[in-house]
Design a protein around this ligand. Sequence first.
Ligand code: PAF
Length: 281
Amino acid sequence: MEIIRSFLRMQEKTASIKNAGQTIGFVPTMGALHLGHLALLEQSKTENDFSVVSIFVNPTQFNNPEDLINYPRTIDSDLEKLETAGCDFVFLPSVDEMYPTEVVSEKWNFGFLEMVMEGKNRPGHFQGVATVVKRLFEAVPSHKAYFGMKDYQQLLIIKEMVKQLGLDIKIVPVSIVREADGLAMSSRNLRLSAKNRQIAPHIYQTIKQVVTLAKQLSVEELKQFVNEQINQKPPMVLEYFELADGADLQPVTNIVDHQSVMAFIVVDLGGVRLIDNISIF
Ligand code: PAF
């Protein structure tokens, strides 16, 4: 496994692989790697000749400065995991390599996609994500790039960005990987206290029940159910629960009017923001 820190060197490496007629899969991450990230790498390895994983904690996508400071950084164990998993290249740029002039986001227009849920509750977040992913794609213009479905809205934003820029990179969604008790794997789980880690699976249990209840309850009743379920388990606090169209995130008022409906949830658990989603159909 080769570790590459320079933007130009990464570009040259990618170009030489492509010139030799071989394919590259790319997995952008912010580190603190878990089995969810390794599932992205695994899929990339099965579909490409070479796989690149980037690790870069992107300052412009954190609307809350404390969140950026507290974001777990576990570079030594990340590199060990990638080596064991058979990663070919790790792109490990500095902030200066990624933002050579100013650490600011570019201006993007993602319309409605950015006005709801994570876009609404974390102003500027997706502007920062799009900015850094565009730059990462310049460093690693791969054939395919892999993103987890836990960050479903991010996935749609990145697909839209690729469309707007006319990039020839296929965005591949990969299913959520869960702990044995159902908690969606996330780098943030590392920050849960032992006590909160025990109750955290309640989030997935609740949204799983929503899938069954959606056959008999109205959208308003489902929202009330989730609100009660989550808020009855302090210190859990529901930030939002939404039912939205899986294609464009338009809010769902009547489930039968849509071809695909997803349920999205964000819960604050002792200062740790946990995100999850499930397909209703
Ligand atoms: O999902 C993430 O880890 C980040 O948002 C990403 C896509 C690597 C951009 O910093």
